[in-house]
Design a protein around this ligand. Structure first.
Ligand SMILES: C[S@@+](CC[C@H](N)C(=O)[O-])C[C@H]1O[C@@H](n2cnc3c(N)ncnc32)[C@H](O)[C@@H]1O
Length: 165
């Protein structure tokens, strides 16, 4: 018996059922782009209400580092608010959910564990875009609606702020 066969007999490793590429892709959604809202996430299967769709690990920007640096960069439109003024940048697909005023995905900001979870808040048909609610003050044209002007004190207050655990 060759050495490799002995090792294989001692600790058999089941062959992978999917290619590495398939295993790295999300299961229930895919990313697509359009000219109006850029990249977004779309259901590839029927997603039942309450399904955990994604957990995004996050990078922390303290309130001070946000105020001094991040708010002056493209990150301003990607950061999620924490109740203490800190901000989280969602990694993975967490920053790709677009906004809808009747969202089909709810999110929870978990400052302690530095993650954000996204759940279907109703049943979502295959092909539908997965959207969250950013808040009342939008900084982009939403279906032709007038944009709210930001005041300096309020800047960021309603952006991507939802429920913090
Ligand atoms: C958190 S990012 C979402 C991902 C973004 N679409 C991308 O390609 O990076 C927020 C940005 O997406 C765009 N966006 C999100 N929801 C939108 C909507 N309903 N209509 C138009 N643009 C939207 C805006 O440009 C906004 O600044």
């Amino acid at each position: 018996m060759h050495c490799a066969e002995v090792l294989s007999a001692l600790s058999p490793v089941p062959p992978p059922t999917k290619s590495l590429e398939d295993r790295m892709e999300p299961f229930a959604f895919e990313m697509r782009s359009n000219e109006i809202s850029g990249r977004g996430l779309y259901a590839t299967i029927l997603i039942p209400a309450g399904t955990l769709i994604h957990t995004a690990p996050c990078l922390l920007f303290t309130k001070d580092s946000y105020t001094a640096h991040a708010r002056h960069t493209v990150l301003e439109h990607y950061l999620f608010n924490c109740t203490n003024g800190d901000r989280l940048l969602a990694l993975g697909y967490g920053s790709i959910f677009n906004h809808d005023e009747t969202p089909n995905v709810d999110f929870r900001v978990d400052r302690e564990n530095l993650c954000i979870t996204y759940r279907a808040c109703r049943e979502i048909e295959a092909g539908k875009e997965l959207c969250i609610y950013y808040g009342d003050k939008l900084w982009f044209d939403y279906h032709g609606k007038k944009l709210e002007q930001e005041s300096s004190e309020e800047e960021g207050e309603n952006f991507l702020s939802r429920i913090e655990l």
